[in-house]
Design a protein around this ligand. Structure first.
Ligand SMILES: Cc1cc2nc3c(=O)[nH]c(=O)nc-3n(C[C@H](O)[C@H](O)[C@H](O)COP(=O)(O)O)c2cc1C
Length: 265
């Protein structure tokens, strides 16, 4: 399946992590079918896949302390699964999963990447996962309450809110005055990507022939790879580039670099 660039580009600005869902607002079967189709068909990398689960138990999610901070109010989630034999599995799962998140957003649904506070053993009791695979993250799917509860607001702040760093802190290489339009829109879209505890670990090196994504920050990963976050930013970057008429391809690179995006001339 190709990138739905205009739909997903529009969803980038609308998406926000939500953690409290309205159990009285079920998802219509046709909406679930549309989401499941994209989960099954958007598989740009052999080592990353997504599975929709519609009937689960709330104990899939864990609280930060006890039940505090737990995702509540929906039985539906999507698991993002990676083949751990691939050295670039983290970025590939981030990239693939974010496409599904943006599709869910475009369908009017709310989501939240959850990489730490879930129980993988509950997920693997609900879907088949091969020996070499790992459930790297999940997202709840549903309709959030219109207004954020005090607990949800506090959890957003725990994730250091929805604020993002300016591009001036993230970019090196070719000066801004020399960026073609596709570079400006792609970097802006990448900047808006979600990341674990909003840490925004990415950096972008702008060159004449493309953009290299690298891990900019040092410090602990807290069990969630920064390369997974970078994969999410990569998807945003490519969606925005495609939406401005520039198609390209990725070359995966060893750490601390992540991957280089070069557009077809
Ligand atoms: C890889 C990843 C893992 C995350 N894990 C969690 C989590 O375990 N629990 C949670 O409440 N939020 C989690 N988040 C959501 C982030 O806190 C959120 O994306 C960030 O604060 C930015 O806010 P926004 O998504 O509303 O823009 C995660 C996000 C990403 C990208």
């Amino acid at each position: 399946m190709e990138i739905s660039f205009s739909t997903w580009h529009a969803a980038i600005g609308k998406r926000r992590s939500r953690r409290r869902f309205d159990p009285d607002l079920p998802i219509a079967p046709e909406t679930l079918a549309a989401l499941e189709k994209v989960c099954n068909q958007f598989t740009p990398f052999a080592s990353a896949r997504s599975r929709l689960v519609t009937e689960s138990y709330e104990n899939v999610f864990k609280g930060v302390i006890g039940n505090y901070g737990k995702i509540k109010g929906t039985q539906t989630f999507i698991a993002f699964i990676g083949d751990m034999d691939d050295e670039f599995v983290q970025e590939k799962v981030g990239y693939t999963g974010e496409a599904i998140i943006l599709e869910a957003t475009a369908l009017g649904l709310n989501t939240c990447w959850v990489a730490g506070f879930f129980r993988p053993e509950v997920v693997t009791s609900l879907i088949e996962v091969a020996k070499n695979e790992q459930v790297m993250a999940i997202t709840p799917v549903g309709y959030a309450h219109e207004h954020e509860s005090w607990e949800e607001k506090l959890m957003s702040r725990f994730g250091r809110s929805h604020n993002r760093l300016p591009l001036s802190r993230l970019v090196r290489g070719l000066p801004k005055e020399q960026w073609p339009n596709w570079v400006s829109v792609s970097l802006e879209a990448a900047r808006l990507a979600p990341s674990a505890v909003n840490r925004q670990p990415w950096g972008f090196d702008v060159q004449d022939d493309g953009i290299t994504v690298f891990v900019r920050t040092s410090g602990p990963e807290f069990n969630v790879s920064k390369r997974l976050d970078c994969g999410i930013a990569m998807l945003h970057m490519e969606v925005a580039a495609a939406n401005s008429g520039c198609k390209g391809e990725w070359e995966f690179l060893p750490s601390p670099q992540v991957a280089k995006f070069s557009i077809h001339q």
